[in-house]
Design a protein around this ligand. Structure first.
Ligand code: AFP
Length: 291
């Protein structure tokens, strides 16, 4: 490997590490924002969702701190129309506070992030690392990087490994399907009818917590294309692709209904996509049902 390429790889890895550690160090402030900024903000995000004050505060914290990292060139977020740019080489795309509608009932919420080698919108195979934080009974984080998935417990802005090889269990146990029965297509309805007799329902309204159920117990999470919204609800860059990278790295599979979410080429920052992730056989059956 040439010297320059070697240096560049080392610098890239150092920047990815700094991004992950900066997300970790910011989580106590996000937990405080969840407690202190509980109201509406009277604004909507670029995909039309109401923004809570906590959404905006979390976005502000991550933007300031991540753009402060030398190697980070851009910051893109579900909460803002455009990419923020500075000098650097890598690109961060985030859902700063996933599941903010769970704030009022104090149910699980999270942060989703991806570190890309190319500026978004870009294809998921350009992800260098992806992860999510869960602000639950404890704060935990799952990160996919260099071909493996690790789970950490976060305390006071530090992280400690609790599982250094997260893999989707072979025998599936849970399913979580978003969107609502009456909005599903006939094809998805028939698939859901089969699955609900085989697996246990685990659906909480914040995908990070539902995805962690699939990583822990095996199964499938879907927010499918709907009759009224064929692209579904979830954002390609900020939710679907980073989560797909994590689940596929953990030995599972992902699909937009016909192919891996990592092969989806988004034209815009805020595109939506149907999201299906979980055990390969369940994804295969889903794609056959939707074909
Ligand atoms: P919010 O961030 O607006 O609460 O949406 C969360 C989310 O994007 C994803 O985390 C959930 O899986 C999904 O939406 C829940 O959508 P429904 O409220 O339609 O079930």
């Amino acid at each position: 490997m040439s010297k320059s390429l070697d240096t560049s790889t080392t610098e890239t890895e150092q920047t990815v590490t700094e991004v992950i550690d900066t997300v970790v160090a910011t989580t106590p402030d996000v937990r405080r924002a969840i407690a202190d900024h509980r109201g509406q903000s009277n604004s909507v995000n670029p995909t039309g969702d109401d923004q809570l004050a906590a959404d905006l505060r979390a976005d502000e914290l991550f933007e300031q701190r991540l753009l402060g990292i030398d190697g980070v060139a851009t910051y893109a977020s579900e909460e803002r129309a455009d990419v923020k740019t500075t000098d650097g080489r890598l690109h961060v795309a985030m859902d700063p506070l996933d599941g903010s509608s769970n704030l009022e009932p104090n149910s699980g919420m999270g942060t989703i992030f991806g570190v890309y080698s190319e500026q978004p919108p870009t294809v998921g195979t350009n992800l260098l690392a992806a992860g999510f934080v869960i602000y639950g009974p404890i704060t935990s984080m799952v990160v996919a990087r260099k071909g493996s998935v690790r789970e950490y417990i976060l305390e006071d802005g530090d992280k400690r490994v609790v599982d250094d090889d997260v893999t989707v269990p072979e025998d599936p146990t849970v399913f979580g399907f978003g969107g609502g029965v009456d909005s599903w297509t006939d094809e998805f309805q028939s698939y859901a009818e089969e699955v609900r007799h085989e697996l246990k329902l685990r659906y909480g309204g914040a995908m990070v917590a539902d995805i962690n159920q699939v990583l822990t117990y095996g199964g499938i999470f879907s927010y499918p294309g709907l009759v009224s919204a064929p692209d579904g609800k979830l954002r390609t860059l900020f939710e679907g692709v980073p989560i797909a990278h994590i689940v596929e790295t953990a030995g599972g599979a992902s699909s937009d209904g016909s192919r891996s979410l990592l092969d989806v080429e988004p034209d815009g920052l805020h595109e939506r996509v149907p999201v299906h992730v979980g055990n390969q056989p369940l994804i295969d059956r889903l794609e056959a049902a939707l074909a």
